[in-house]
Write a protein that binds this ligand. Sequence first.
Ligand code: GDP
Length: 179
Amino acid sequence: MLNNKNCPIILLGDSGVGKSSITLKFIRDTFEDVYNPTFENSYIAELDINYGEKIRLEILDTAGQEDFINLRDHYARIGEAFILVYSITCRGSFNEMKHIKENITNIKQCTDVPMILVGNKVDLSNTERKVSIEEGKSLARSFGCAFIETSAKENINIEETFKTLVNDWKKSKERKVNK
Ligand code: GDP
């Protein structure tokens, strides 16, 4: 049973964008160059936010393949906070974000769902960038959520992603209690 301090986080996005890499960088501080497709992996972690307050994270790293489209509804139901990941080197993965976001909002029947939009592989910015920072910011604004560019490879903004999301999740929970 979940209590107030358990934050179920789900990473969603096309396969190959770096969901597993972001998760493993955060959990174990490791990075693999070799692509190893995931079906589904879950992890437990503890995160310190706001001067020593500890939140227990239940992180679910998903496959992100069309075959698992029914699973997306399931993920949208069980998650309380979502990391929507695209790769800045792949326009298709960016276009997919809108569908994933709409699916979550439809399933939850609510627009106040904690989420963060993540443009991963920012280390490839100079050579392979296909999606600009402005496009990312603008999409996040339309979602009403935070935006961040990350690199799992170079450990850029990985912890910040989780901290930002967990803070939003906490605020959203407080808003619901105060309603
Ligand atoms: P997933 O299918 O979304 O979980 O993607 P993976 O985490 O398995 O990553 C897919 C591929 O992209 C792997 O070869 C990773 O090494 C690579 N990758 C993941 N994150 C980054 C990153 O930040 N920068 C670069 N250059 N490659 C990355």
